[in-house]
Structures are given as C-alpha cells and as structure tokens.
Design a protein around this ligand. Structure first.
Ligand SMILES: C[S@@+](CC[C@H](N)C(=O)[O-])C[C@H]1O[C@@H](n2cnc3c(N)ncnc32)[C@H](O)[C@@H]1O
Length: 227
C-alpha cells in the first residue's frame, strides 16, 4: 500500500488528521527533507524514514517502490496539497511504482494565502510556474486571468521566473502596473511580506514565496447589505 499525502504548508497545525493517522500507521515515510519535518513527530520509532532532494529523488523513490512491492505500508509526504503544483512529483512516484497510487489532499499554500489576503476561490485562479518544462502556456494563461478581471495566486519558479520576473513579464504583456500585488514568504509564519503595485515588484525573494496579484476590477460584492 502506498499513500501520497498533502502535509500542509509547513506549520504542523495544518497537517490533516487523516494525514497524521496514515503517517503514524506507516512502515515507511518518504519525502523531501523539509516536508518530512512536518511528519516527523508522528512517525513511529520502528518505522523507516527516506529523505530525498531534487538530485537523488529518482533513486530514493525506487527504494520506496521496492518496499511498497515487498508489502510495507508506505507514505510519501508532499508540501501543501498534492493537487496544486504537485503532479510532476506524483508522476515520478507512479512511474517508480508502476501503477496509480492513493492521494490524500492537504491544505495548500494557496488556501492559506487566500485566507490571509481575503480573496475567494470563485474569483481567483491558481497558477504554478514551479514545474519542469515550457512555461509559455502558463504565462499566457496568467495574462488572460488578469484580463478577465480575476485575482491570481502565483507560485514562481526558482530561480528563473521569480516574482520580479513574473511582474516584468506581465508589464511587457500590457498588464497595467497598477495591479495591487502581495508577495508572501513562509506564509504560515508570516515572517516576511511585501505589498505594492505590479510596477514596483522588483525585489528579490526566497524560493518559499508566493504572489497574490489582485484584480483591478473586483467582481461586485456578493454579500447583501444588511438593512
Ligand atoms: C512545488 S510547489 C508545491 C506547492 C504545494 N503543493 C502547495 O499546495 O502549497 C512549492 C512552492 O510552493 C510555495 N509554498 C509552499 N508552501 C509555502 C509557504 N508556507 N509559504 C510560502 N510559499 C509556499 C513556494 O513557492 C514553494 O517554492
């Protein structure tokens, strides 16, 4: 058995009870080192932990697949939610196992940002650039999202499409520099953040940063006035 679990955006309080229980029942818990820190308090003393990084993930996932095929209960922990900016990692796990695996959703950085920034999902589009391959279709989509009057929650790509690159791309594509923008780092701890106009977004940020680009023309409020 192998379960892929969204472990939340870093703060252990955002790990779901379902995720916590599966980690506690697992013989093997695997994942990127920073994400394993969230799982660690729930890993049983006799269980095996397999940490990995970008360079050795293929070899480490092959170990997990072997243990899974030997009948061990395996869990792979993901940052945030699997379903936002997690599918390339999921595909690598399924390639190692040779079949589809179970996915357990978690709380995404996008959800925390929506809450911090008080935007509703209905009027907001999530776009990640944190992926291998061609960014152009996603860049074009971001332009359309803003032209349609929606907010955008954007994960940049370290280090070639960071917040300042996103802003420069949008300005060059004709998006007005007046769009309000927030860049959040280490969201759940709110250690650092920046806000200003799109045209002013020129600073440098860490790879744990996420942007909220607000619509210039918000949809009319859906809340009825109290009379
Ligand atoms: C590969 S993506 C995975 C996103 C994840 N699946 C999710 O739902 O949040 C990793 C990126 O998400 C963003 N991210 C995740 N957690 C974050 C946090 N606590 N604060 C700020 N950004 C975060 C950062 O841009 C980070 O580089």
């Amino acid at each position: 058995m192998i379960h892929c679990i969204g472990a939340g955006p870093g703060d252990p309080n955002y790990l779901t009870l379902r995720g916590r229980d599966l980690i506690a029942e697992a013989d093997v818990v695997a994942g990127f080192d920073a994400v394993l820190d969230v799982a660690r308090p729930h890993i049983q003393p006799g269980s095996r932990t397999i940490g990995m990084n970008y360079r050795d993930q293929t070899a480490r996932l092959a170990e997990v697949a072997e243990l899974h095929h030997a009948g061990k209960r395996c869990v792979v922990v993901f940052m945030g939610d699997i379903h936002f900016s997690g599918f390339q990692f999921l595909e690598r796990i399924e390639a190692a196992c040779g079949h589809p695996v179970e996915t357990i959703p978690g709380i995404s950085s996008a959800q925390i940002l929506a809450s911090r920034g008080r935007v509703c999902f209905d009027e907001t589009t999530f776009i990640t650039f944190h992926r291998r391959g061609d960014l152009v279709p996603f860049q074009k989509h971001l332009v359309h999202v803003l032209e349609d009057g929606r907010n955008a929650i954007v994960i940049p790509r370290p280090w070639d499409f960071m917040p300042s690159d996103v802003a420069a791309y949008l300005l060059a594509a004709g998006i007005p520099g007046e769009h309000p923008v927030e860049v959040w780092e280490q969201l759940t701890r709110a250690e650092a953040n920046w806000s200003g106009k799109l045209s002013e977004c020129t600073g440098t940020f860490t790879d744990m940063s996420i942007l909220l680009i607000r619509s210039l023309h918000p949809f009319p409020s859906q809340i009825q006035p109290i009379v």
